[in-house]
Ligand binder design. Structure first.
Ligand code: GTP
Ligand code: MG
Length: 195
């Protein structure tokens, strides 16, 4: 897909604020600081449209970005950030859960994992929960630039096994730094939205 236009639309704190455009939505899920916002920026070739930060817990709402007149990227709040109070976490949890289960325009969840580390408990429960609820999901391992090429397969295998994924379930290797995996991820998104 050629991205001609990308704009921030809204930080939604509840369903009343979701856009009414009836466009397909692609959501980004992952731990705080894993690189969700960076991945959006790389996909649309913008430096900082989706706000990134070296401090975790920056994104706390559903941030909608409209791409051409074709789709929305929905940047979800990161999970697993200990500094946030338990009641705050539960409140978001419910909100995100409702979005993932009920949103009719949601076509794919991109579940982002840091290639360098084995999935955390939170990563595992997120993955299991998505599968269990039949939410369409694709695992994308990011920050590939941070480890040597020779280590990639080994790290992917650890993630694949932790998630109990079969050989034919695809994992996309990604780097927001180098752009690796961008074309492959766009192909998958296009396929998923019937572009
Ligand atoms: P929250 O919004 O807090 O949940 O974080 P996030 O998942 O949106 O992470 P964000 O995109 O803000 O990135 C966090 C940090 O990781 C930033 O310092 C990014 O520059 C860095 N980063 C993200 N992706 C990559 C990558 O592929 N390679 C490298 N080297 N750094 C990355
Ligand atoms: Mg973010």
């Amino acid at each position: 897909m050629k991205v001609n236009q990308a704009e921030f639309i809204i930080s939604a704190v509840g369903p009343a604020q979701y856009p009414t455009d009836a466009l397909p939505e692609i959501a980004l899920a992952g731990r705080s600081n894993v690189g969700k916002s960076s991945l959006i920026n790389r996909m649309i070739s913008r430096r900082n449209l989706a706000r990134t930060s070296s401090k975790p817990g920056k994104t706390q709402q559903l941030n909608y970005y409209k791409i051409n007149s074709d789709l929305f990227f929905v940047d979800l709040p990161g999970y697993g950030y200990a500094q946030v109070s338990k009641s705050e976490r539960e409140k978001w949890g419910k909100f995100i859960e409702q979005y993932l289960l009920k949103r009719e325009y949601l076509k794919l969840v991109i579940h982002i994992i840091d290639l360098r580390h084995p999935p955390s408990k939170d990563d595992q429960s997120m993955h299991e929960w998505l599968k269990h609820n039949n939410v369409p999901v694709c695992v994308v391992t990011t920050k590939a630039d941070k480890i040597s090429r020779g280590q990639w397969q080994k790290h992917m295998k650890i993630i694949r096994e932790a998630f109990g994924m079969s050989k034919d379930e695809k994992i996309i290797l990604f780097s927001s730094e180098t752009g690796q995996g961008k074309d492959e991820l766009w192909s998958l998104i296009e396929q998923q939205i019937g572009y």
